[in-house]
Design a protein around this ligand. Structure first.
Ligand code: NAP
Length: 269
């Protein structure tokens, strides 16, 4: 049991799955916790267990992050909490149906939670981290951020946003003492799949990781200073090459003249 506090970590979506494992692991690492989700009963049960097992201070903040007033309460806690040293932006929902089989209102709700809420909470926490010269932001994206063909395209797009925002923040906050990690889990055995319309039992078992292994790998990546962690990717060099190609190309994406292949007669006129 750790006795020195590492400050307080606020975890969204802590009532189940990946978020609940983050709660367990971070409490054991010495963080006090603020656990956020809708299901207060589950949160309180987890908080009681972790407080008993680790001696840490574990608070529960019941909030539906699709409700404006509830988001505002969580934002206020993040803004006011000088003891908050980590935000885990984990709450999210997915979908497995293709675009034409999906309800636009459900897609809109998904964007609201996966994109808008994550952005608002980031804006609430990061200025304090910068002012204090320390803090850690963990954004739970997904492998669909770089493989949008895999599931529902709006879900993939929402997670591509999480990855791009994280990379932009890494760039912007590089010399401010703030760590930003994007985690890209592959299929992970949680309730996510049933809620998204395809229970996890229907996936080939060889591609499914336990939430415990996923979170332990992600925290190992954080300890190693990784900015983007893909727990299942066997060879880190593959991601590094992908990133290097992207960064190299970024210097050639803007110019006064169109590329040679687009210089048609009309474009010359
Ligand atoms: P999960 O077990 O369904 O957990 C989702 C969490 O988000 C729950 O704690 C849920 O709690 C909370 N949540 C959902 N809607 C909410 C709302 N409106 N307000 C507040 N909290 C809300 O699924 P998970 O797999 O752990 O998902 C966690 C994150 O991992 C998500 O961002 C997901 O996109 C990402 N991810 C999952 C997988 C996977 O294969 N499982 C793969 C890649 C990425 P309440 O219901 O109590 O509110």
């Amino acid at each position: 049991m750790t006795t020195t506090s590492k400050g307080t970590a606020l975890i969204t979506g802590a009532s189940s799955g990946i978020g609940a494992v983050y709660a367990d692991r971070l409490a054991r690492r010495g963080f006090d916790l603020i656990l956020v989700a809708r299901n207060g009963e589950r949160l309180r049960k987890l908080a009681d267990r972790l407080a008993g097992e680790t001696g840490r201070k574990i608070d529960v903040l019941v909030a539906d992050l699709t409700h404006r007033q509830d988001i505002a309460r969580v934002e206020a806690v993040l803004r006011a909490g000088s003891g908050i040293t980590m935000l885990v932006n984990n709450a999210g929902v997915g979908a497995t149906a293709p675009l034409l089989a999906s309800d636009i209102d459900k897609m809109d709700e998904m964007i609201a939670l996966n994109v808008n809420v994550l952005t608002r909470l980031t804006y609430a926490a990061v200025p304090g981290f910068v002012a204090r010269g320390a803090g850690t932001l963990i954004n739970i994206a997904s492998i669909v951020a770089v493989s949008p063909e895999t599931l529902n395209g709006v879900y993939g797009g929402s997670k591509a946003f999480v990855l791009a925002l994280s990379q932009s923040l890494q760039h912007e906050l590089a010399d401010k003492g703030v760590r930003v990690q994007a985690v890209l889990p592959g299929a992970t055995a949680t309730e996510f799949w049933g809620i998204a319309g395809l229970p996890v039992q229907h996936l080939p078992s060889e591609i499914v990781m336990t939430a415990e292994n996923m979170v332990d790998a992600a925290l190992a990546g954080l300890d190693q200073g990784e900015r983007v962690t893909i727990p299942a990717l066997p060879d880190q060099a593959e991601w590094d090459a992908f990133e290097a190609a992207r960064r190299a190309m970024s210097g050639r994406l803007s110019s006064t003249t169109p590329a040679q292949r687009y210089r048609t007669a009309a474009a010359q006129a």
